[in-house]
Design a protein around this ligand. Sequence first.
Ligand SMILES: Cc1ncc(COP(=O)(O)O)c(C=O)c1O
Length: 1009
Amino acid sequence: MNYNNLIISASEAGTILSEVYGLNGEISNLPGEVDFNFRVKIENVEGYILKISRPNEDEGYLDFQQKLLQFIASRNQKIIAPKVILDKNGKAISEITDSYGKERKVRLLTWVTGRIWHTVNPQLEDLRFSLGEQCGILTKSLEGFEHPKAHREFIWDIAQSLWTIKHINLFNKEENDIISFFQSKFENQQSEYTILRKSIVHNDANDYNVIVSKDLLNPKVKAAIDYGDAIRTQIINDVAITTAYGIMNHEDPLNASIDIIKGYHKTFPLLEEELPHLFASIAMRLIITVTRSAINKQKEPDNEYLLISEKPAWDVLRKWILISSDFAHYTFREACDFMPHPNQVKFIDWSKNNGFKFSNLFPSINKETIQPIDLSVESLWLGHEVDFNDLDLFSYKIKTLQTENKNKIIAGGYLEARSVYSTSSYDKIGNYGKESRTVHLGIDFWLPAETPVNSILDGEIILAINDAGDKEYGGLIILKHRTDEFDFYTLYGHLSVESILKHSVGDKIIKDDEIAKLGNHLENGNWVPHFHFQVMLSMLNFEVDFPGVCYHSQKEVWKSICPDPNLLFKSDDLKRRQYISNEELIDFRQEHLGKSLSLQYKTPIKMVRGSYQYLIDQNGKKYLDTVNNVAHVGHENIKIVRAGQKQMSLINTNSRYLHKNINDLAKELIETFPKELNVIHFVNSGSEANELAIRMVKAFTGQKDIIASEMGYHGNSNMCIDISSYKFDSRGGNGAPEYTHIFPLPDSFRGKYIGKDSKDKYVAEVQKQIDVIHNKKRKVGAFIIEPIISCGGQIELPNGFLPSVYKLVREAGGLCISDEVQTGCGRMGKSFWGFQLHNVVPNIVTIGKPLGNGHPIAAVVCTQEVADKFANGMKYFNTFGGNPVSCAIGEAVIKTVKEDGLQKNALVVGEFLKKELLELSKEFLIIGDVRGQGLFLGIEFVDSAMNPLANQANYMVNRIKDFGILMSTDGPDQNVLKIKPPIVFTKKNAVELLFYIRKILNEDFMKSF
Ligand SMILES: Cc1ncc(COP(=O)(O)O)c(C=O)c1O
């Protein structure tokens, strides 16, 4: 066949449109496998799709499609589907003769506006859910429709997909193995599969046939189009097709399938017996796709449409084969509100009639009560990660607990989210960035090594191995037990390897037989000996081991596969602790805590543990923290924790007694300053530091007038608010008080004056404020500014600005204060303090956040002259300021910065990150400016007219949180992303951050300005 003789040009299509329908419009080509399709745009209407068949197309088949659309239109379902437009003669299908003299059938359908699924980025839960929902509605609205052409041989019908077997030789070995695996699986299920309920279904909700609304923030599926593949088949096939394409381009396709299936089930309830077939059916649809592509590659190498789905289909197949089909089945059941494991209820019922004692399991122990132990992420008993990784210390703690509870067995852990699993074998990259397995599926019993372990039931050994993974986990035994109605398994972990050697797979075990002895610490991943006991209702596809810990995102399914072992023992002591939900915490806050306390994120997070540059929530999800410049040397940095713990256990009192710590910290700090700045007052917060600084100014100059920057923030006390334009010029503020003089934010990117030459103009603005003060017949008290204005949006002061301003202020009799609450202690990289970047020496420096690494300690450093004038006879007493615990902590922070080379790290990693962000700004024009020093950076989002893009910045913060990265925005227009992580942030962290920033910059909303 001459392919060229088939083609209909757009202009010929235009002629046909006008002759057959009397319509004129702008015509363009659309892809299509069977028909030639054209988009018809007509002013003021949504438009049409003109479908011209290949020559001599079977009318019956087209009639099927038209009747089907007319049937849908006649049903009272909430559905958007293309409508049939009749021709001038009132016919749904018209006949024409084309320019080659060939007969064609022509149809016209209404156009559904929106975006095609495959162009939508990202395809998140809500969108996937709406995909399922719409396809379910469609299936519902096709119920009862019949047509002879719905019964036909069709290669795209999953029910008929075994035709692909004869083409298996088109694939290489790896591909062949994948395809054959699913083909056999599908073939083996035929007897139950063929009798599943059937209906006429759309059968082709592929990523080019699904229309999504144009709403970029909350997109929803509007409709499925192209009904050319509709057929009568098993309904589960339509679910499989919708899912197969909807899960493409996701790291974790099984996870992505859940929302689609939930949506489908909501509008078209799926039956329990259909779900075991979904896994293989999804694969078979993809196999049809790749087989068709392989065949067509040979026949029509130029027709790209035929190849379009091949790559993503292979991507899914390669991931799908790694998933246990049983696990997928249980996941689908969970999505459809069935108990994930079909035998869960049976097991619960069986266990009600079968009770066991702990002495059945450990005959030598003879204790029946349990002392619960908390190893959860938020366990205070567990303490610091360094502590629980210290074998001796942990053994000691367990021994102590045992001594305190002589008649009890220490045990617990079922469904506990733990952060003790730290090797990479517990991690994967999921649809939400890095995920770690944290949820414990069995019960741990803390007993001495060599404790004999008995089987509690008759059973058969199905596994007895030395479970050597990344760590050594000792001997592992799994027994299979039979009841009248179902089988289940019990797992015995951390056994002595020697004691399991006597067993072979297939050995029969009798109830109360000793099966092994408990292993030593080496057989317990180098941890304190404990015994792991777990129940499983299925072995899934595990043959040489079985997981004892699962991903939080899969918890509901796993807890059904691995029911609570305490169902067997019925110990009240072991009943799971109740955690306070986040909703309860929020409710209490709203009722009893200050109303102006805000919470971060639409769905607030509860953080329960810190670990250097990471924060960990109660489910063990780890977040990379790029926000927190308070945890300066890392959340819960062990050196700081220890310093505080040690001093706290000796004494904490006020500075009226002599103590070495206050002197030591002062000495550490003074070493970092120019010689002029050598007197220190310790306080408890940045606000208090600035408050004291202003008191010093008043004492020194006798003046009250303060010059500060627009959008500056200096603290929450009365005085500090009075000098913080960020507060008094924003919501709830009343503008600058009489004695505060604000000059414009010295932002040379988007401020009042821009560009390299802006410095003098901003200096002149400060001079103006000095003049204002003078005109009021008063004198300047002080000039206060941060070296990089944080709340202003990480604004770097123009080069040379600070020396000129300091000169003017001093000439006017004022003092110069550098607020280093955010910028100090090595964060700047090039210098220890921010003012040093500008070659100036302030009269007063205020220090806050980083000094205590989270502990409330702050300081005011000043010159001898200022200190002397301040000491005018009135005593300065501060109850907490300078106490031994705070000073021990502060000293540890400064020493850690120095000893661990963290200033250098801030420089190296910060410069790398800044350079890469600048590269990114060349590619993504939304990034107008990248600025800052060391690990104190800002990324400003603007459009081409330099308008701020706050919504995009907010979108970035919320989206990147989904991938486990915390960021924040700031600036007068909230369009600046701030990066100010703990300065232990590594280059690898920076690379990860850049990866996700780039990924999100590519999303539709980020490109929509
Ligand atoms: C620059 C600056 N100064 C002072 C303060 C006040 O510090 P604190 O919250 O410890 O009182 C802050 C707090 O964010 C700040 O950013």
